[in-house]
Design a protein around this ligand. Structure first.
Ligand code: RTP
Ligand code: MG
Length: 137
């Protein structure tokens, strides 16, 4: 079934010049980019985006990291794109994410509190709809 998902290229990905490489992988798998923008996240956007993690020990470092530089937001479309992009992204922890994935091939630990893991992808149709409305009008 055709779906939409919200992806973010986090500030580490943008700062390292990996925007093109990450979008290339999504397009090469066959997904269509239907919205694309670079933004400096506003505090309210991050609070809404990460509401499920509020109160967790990594919440504040995560919000600080996501505010540390520009990020790229995109909407991808395709059959089962929500699962498909999370599969391309790989596991949360970049040091051990499987080779072949964005996080596994391009990410690692940098001795910091937060997992700088390059990308975000929505995890359900409900999250996708909610997150698209946070980052796009
Ligand atoms: P995402 O939401 O960004 O696609 O990543 P995810 O589902 O794989 O990870 P999630 O559990 O939703 O966590 C959101 C983001 O918080 C950071 N994190 N750091 N213990 C830690 O240092 C830790 N745990 C999570 C990561 O940036 C993760 O992507
Ligand atoms: Mg998540």
């Amino acid at each position: 079934m055709t779906e939409r998902t919200l992806i973010l290229i986090k500030p580490d990905g943008v700062a390292r010049g990996l925007t093109g490489e990450i979008l290339r992988r999504a397009e090469a798998k066959g997904y269509r980019i239907t919205r694309l923008t670079q933004v400096e996240a506003r505090a309210e956007q991050l609070a809404a985006h990460y509401a499920e993690h509020e109160g967790k020990p990594f919440y504040q470092p995560l919000v600080d990291f996501m505010s540390s530089g520009p990020l790229v937001a995109a909407v991808l479309e395709g059959d089962r794109v929500i699962e498909g992009f999370r599969s391309l992204a790989g596991a949360t922890e970049p040091t051990t994410a499987a080779p072949g994935t964005i996080r596994g091939d391009l990410g690692r630990d940098w001795g910091e509190k937060v997992q700088k893991n390059l990308v975000h992808g929505s995890d359900s149709p409900e999250s996708a709809a909610r997150e698209i409305s946070i980052w796009f009008d």
